[in-house]
Design a protein around this ligand. Sequence first.
Ligand SMILES: [Zn+2]
Ligand SMILES: [Zn+2]
Length: 89
Amino acid sequence: MRGVYFANVSGLRFPSPAMSAQDTQLVIRCPYCALGWDFRPLTPHQDGRFVCEKCGHTARPGEIAYLCTCRKCLRLTEAAVRLESRYLR
Ligand SMILES: [Zn+2]
Ligand SMILES: [Zn+2]
């Protein structure tokens, strides 16, 4: 019966306190600058956008169709379009 007891205890432990604390606060991080040593959160602006002060990347959490027009995102979109046209030919 010991195994059953341990299974019950581990079930009660989820979710861990550390994880639930992170979920309560909305923090959006820059996908380009988050890879370095400095995990940089985007700065919230009044118009609802989140802006990275380092590379200029923007995000709008409530809007899935929102497209960022920073240099790095534009380069990614160009590359994707080039790949697509290559496949179509
Ligand atoms: Zn950035
Ligand atoms: Zn961007």
